[in-house]
Design a protein around this ligand. Structure first.
Ligand SMILES: [Fe+2]
Length: 218
């Protein structure tokens, strides 16, 4: 039988991905009590700050001021540890000289988001930051008949990516991620993203955050 020249060509040693865009989707285990505490705390804050005086990306909904990391509550300290663990591990995975002794200080700010039926977040980036992320506290009770109900979508930052018109490859440009309680997302702050409208009962609660990284002793 004739050899297939494509099958016999081993491209793996000749191929690399340049201009990579890291995306972390991490599900923290055993988060039920943690999420219940966060949910209680965020809903209480909303009541205290009933005036919708902070508007960032939200169309409707409530966003807290960006000082969530300073809220005096043990659950916030545990939340900080989760961000630090994830960011530290990612940096370790990304640096080229992982064997050297490098350490980083993280500057974190965060804010809570509550979306109720009809609320959404317009497409935006997080300017003046390095890394951004989101943690899902509660998906609410989204109407299952609504497409992408309350889900985040990240947009391909390469304007011309759709020049390659071969569908169902790793170059496909849309990334929509399920809203699972305990899930933490993390991406470079320059990735544009939006949250599709939430249609359903109750509240969709999430916490967004930014992380700037300062290398120590450099
Ligand atoms: Fe955002």
């Amino acid at each position: 039988m004739a050899k297939d020249p494509v099958i016999d060509f081993d491209i793996s040693k000749s191929l690399s991905m340049v201009f990579a865009t890291p995306l972390v989707v991490h599900d923290w285990p055993d988060s039920e009590a943690f999420n219940a505490d966060l949910s209680k705390l965020v809903l209480a804050r909303e009541k205290e700050h009933a005036a919708k005086d902070v508007v960032r990306s939200n169309a409707g909904g409530w966003q807290s001021p960006g000082n969530l990391m300073k809220w005096q509550d043990p659950v916030i300290e545990a939340f900080r540890q989760r961000i630090e663990m994830l960011t530290g591990s990612l940096l370790k995975a990304l640096v080229r000289d992982a064997s050297s002794d490098r350490s980083f200080k993280l500057l974190i700010d965060a804010w809570a988001n509550i979306n109720r039926s009809g609320d959404y977040n317009v497409a935006h980036t997080h300017p003046n930051c390095m890394w951004s992320g989101c943690y899902y506290v509660s998906p609410g009770k989204p109407d299952p008949g609504v497409t992408w109900n309350g889900l985040i979508e990240l947009f391909d930052p390469r304007e011309a990516a759709n020049y390659i018109q071969v569908s169902n490859t790793i170059l496909d440009a849309r990334t929509i991620i399920d809203n699972v309680p305990g899930r933490m997302l993390f991406w470079p702050s320059w990735i544009r993203h939006m949250v599709h409208p939430y249609i359903g009962e109750g509240e969709r609660i999430s916490i967004a955050f930014n992380v700037n990284v300062i290398e120590k002793d450099r």
